[in-house]
Design a protein around this ligand. Structure first.
Ligand SMILES: Cc1cc2nc3c(=O)[nH]c(=O)nc-3n(C[C@H](O)[C@H](O)[C@H](O)COP(=O)(O)O)c2cc1C
Length: 171
């Protein structure tokens, strides 16, 4: 079948989804930010990173903080995900606005989100300015997962929110 040429910026629109996470960071005011830019950067050491635009209130907090957490929400948390992705910590306390509960981490000062089935604690190792986002990469120093954690109920995002689809082959 024939292929059409695409504008470079449209090519970023073909991916079927990115994981949705809630980044948390300690600051004068603790904050939560909804993020779809989240990726593994190394298996050994275990590094993950999140991409944050300079305009976000969280940007300065991530820059100043030694550590941050990546909290993985599930489908019932969609309302909270939308609130944390629409409101700014400049104006509101998002723990209160999204009715989320702070939980203490084992090894970091950033608060965790109790309602999220997975919480990953990271100590910042790299800051990578790539363009309109800066990647804050951190080594995973602790992590916890709820007993009923189900990958199939985690959120993916690309314009719409989805969960993972059919299993079509084993790796
Ligand atoms: C599904 C979703 C994904 C998002 N992904 C990102 C992201 O990866 N990086 C980013 O900087 N902003 C992202 N945003 C936007 C921020 O979450 C949003 O601007 C937020 O209000 C910023 O909060 P803050 O000002 O408290 O930091 C996303 C928003 C939504 C709804």
């Amino acid at each position: 079948m024939k292929k059409q040429k695409m504008a470079p910026s449209d090519a970023e629109d073909v991916f079927s989804g990115f994981p949705v996470v809630l980044g948390t960071v300690k600051g004068e005011k603790d904050n939560i930010i909804t993020l779809a830019l989240c990726h593994v950067f190394s298996f050994s050491p275990a590094l993950i990173g999140v991409g944050i635009a300079p305009a976000r209130y969280s940007f300065g907090l991530f820059k100043e903080s030694r550590d941050f957490a990546v909290n993985v929400p599930d489908v019932p948390m969609l309302r909270a995900v939308k609130i944390c992705g629409a409101k700014s910590g400049r104006d509101v306390d998002k723990f209160a606005a999204a009715k989320l509960t702070r939980e203490k981490g084992d090894k970091i000062s950033a608060p965790l989100i109790a309602e999220c089935p997975v919480n990953i604690e990271c100590v910042k190792t790299h800051e990578l300015e790539t363009g309109d986002h800066t990647w804050f990469i951190g080594e995973i120093v602790a992590a916890r997962k709820r007993e009923d954690y189900d990958k199939g109920k985690m959120l993916l995002y690309w314009g719409d929110y989805r969960t993972i689809g059919a299993l079509v082959g084993r790796g």
